[in-house]
Ligand binder design. Structure first.
Ligand SMILES: [Zn+2]
Length: 338
């Protein structure tokens, strides 16, 4: 008789065989697979969540390894898409669950398809634009999501349960404006602080999945370096533009910025205004006239004497070696002709 891999979890009264079965029947979206996402994936795959969907737009870099525990030097040296490296690792951890991985940028155009058929969403994003978009989509479809963010030695988290409690815009009606909020580039980030917040989020998700509501929807703030823990009551606001008035401004924008300077990288992401479906074979033939093309996994790498880029099937490209958005867009236009 084979051993039950979940034996130590199943004997917890909070789980039991029934809870374990519920996990097996459930699905989770991990949005972003940076420092928080790595911890979410590990914990949920090992716990036996039946289907885990990973969506991340980025490639593994050496400076990620300090805190992004799913990746290693090989992933960084080969600049593997995070979604691809994560899927490989999670499948090796637990072959009895389904892992879906997409190396794609989440936008107002595609977010609904990613969240519609999952039970819970874990926030592992690195920017407020995406969190507000996620909040809109989750309130619209009444999907619970677990907010999390870490800067320096401090992190915050809150379970957001649309229909029963406050949403992100009840807490913060407007996103911080660009440049007004510290980022992991300007303030750094303690890996242990990430692990605590991500674990807190994973526990909230597991609790929801086994059918038990989190005790209270409060904003939790933890600074593990300075030994500080706080939690704050957050009210559901009747006048909240999102959950009160159901005005989904971020979701209805239905467009994305053309270019984004990527957090912590000397790189710019360029997205075409309309989703496309690139024919990699034809594109490889064209690009080979201008430089070196390498095809592997979910992407195509292209190198010339003046630039290097990773191109994804949906037309998105990451232009390396610059933070100049105009320059990046110039290279994109020159080689992809869009
Ligand atoms: Zn709200």
């Amino acid at each position: 008789m084979s051993e039950n891999r979940y034996a130590r979890q199943q004997i917890l009264p909070e789980f039991g065989p029934e809870g374990q079965q519920r996990l097996a029947d459930s699905s989770v979206l991990i949005l972003g697979y940076g420092a928080l996402g790595c911890v979410h994936g590990e914990l949920l795959a090992r716990a036996g969540v039946g289907r885990i969907r990973i969506v991340d737009r980025d490639l593994v870099e050496l400076t990620n390894l300090q805190r992004q525990i799913a990746f290693d030097e090989h992933d960084a040296n080969s600049q593997t898409p995070k979604a691809e490296a994560a899927a490989r690792r999670l499948r090796a951890i637990n072959s009895s669950i389904v892992i879906e991985a997409e190396a794609i940028d989440v936008t107002p155009r595609n977010i609904e398809a990613f969240i519609r058929d999952v039970d819970v969403v874990l926030d592992a994003t690195d920017n407020f634009e995406t969190r507000y978009l996620l909040n809109d989509a989750c309130v619209k479809f009444e999907k619970p999501w677990i907010y999390g963010g870490v800067i320096g030695t401090e992190g915050v988290t809150m379970a957001i349960l649309p229909g029963t409690g406050p949403c992100l815009r009840c807490l913060m009606p407007d996103a911080p404006t660009a440049g007004s909020f510290p980022t992991c580039d300007t303030s750094g980030v303690l890996n242990a602080a990430v692990a605590i917040i991500a674990s807190w989020q994973a526990a909230a998700a597991l609790r929801l999945l086994v059918g038990s509501m989190p005790p209270q929807q409060r904003l939790v703030s933890i600074d593990c370096w300075n030994g500080l823990f706080n939690s704050f009551a957050v009210n559901k606001e009747d006048g909240c533009p999102c959950c009160g008035l159901r005005n989904f401004e971020f979701l209805e924008a239905k467009r994305t910025a053309w270019t984004t300077v990527l957090c912590g990288r000397n790189a710019v992401q360029v997205s075409p205004p309309q989703a496309v479906n690139l024919d990699f074979t034809a594109l490889t033939e064209r690009l080979q006239q201008a430089g070196r093309v390498l095809r592997g996994g979910l992407l195509l790498r292209f190198q010339t004497t003046e630039t290097e880029m990773a191109i994804f099937p949906d037309g998105r490209a990451i232009i390396m070696g610059t933070t100049d958005e105009a320059k990046a867009r110039g290279f994109y236009a020159k080689y992809l002709g869009i």
